[in-house]
Write a protein of this length. Sequence first.
Length: 295
Amino acid sequence: MPTPPRSRDVRRRNTRDVRDALVGVGRAVRLVLLLALALVFLVPFYLLVRNGLSSEADITSPGWTFFPGELHWSNVRELFDDPNVPMAHALLNSSLIAILTTVGTLLLASLAGYGLARIPYAYANVVFYWILGTLMVPAAVTFVPSFVLVSSLGWVSTLRGLVVPTLFSAVAAFIFRQYFLGFPRELEDAARVDGLGYWRTYWRVVVPNSRPVFAAVGTIVFIGAWNSFLWPLVIGQDRDAWTVQVALSTFTTAQTVNLHELFVAAAVSIVPLLVVFLVLQRYIVAGVERTGIDD
């Protein structure tokens, strides 16, 4: 006996209601998980601010409080007035190094990537595989030869010694090469019709239409240059060449541990990274998605 139309409608409506309820529960669970992960992600930032505005006694106290009874805003002034650690100059050095490294890496890596992707020559793939091969060489293997070379050039404790050896990135060249392989050839063909060569096509057509990948790679390179520690520690031997990361290491020595200044300095040092990331975060996903890495 066939099912009455009304019964079928009721069954469909019940099924739809159950499905909508399950979707709603799934969204609620996902929202709760995202909020929990966000709170976990924010814990280190909370600790930096909390301990940076505390006294040494509050930081080392066995009894934990969410925030100390008195916030010591003077810790920030004390940090920049500390005669043993030139924090303001270290911030300036890190800014210059990170900006110059980012600009230089974007220029060299994008040119290399564009040449490997678009300029036809017999050994393009061989060069590309050699570049990828450098990723398999541990950094410790090239560290000493790089230092010897920089030292022989007289670049120790100079901006050139801190920036020039870090300019070329095989990872950045690989990302640009993958991106340019999928770049619309129609735009480049139109530039060729207008009489542009590879160089002017790169500057006038490719670069203006590749902002997402430039922003994504630039953000990654900037963060890496800002957080670099070992190379600036070895090359920046004079106090005037210290970077933020080297300055942070001086708050913890075998003789003393200056906790409140260490936390305040760490909080100050991440502000530029947060600004850069918040401004360019939408380009990171867009740029990486368009490189064709998953192909």
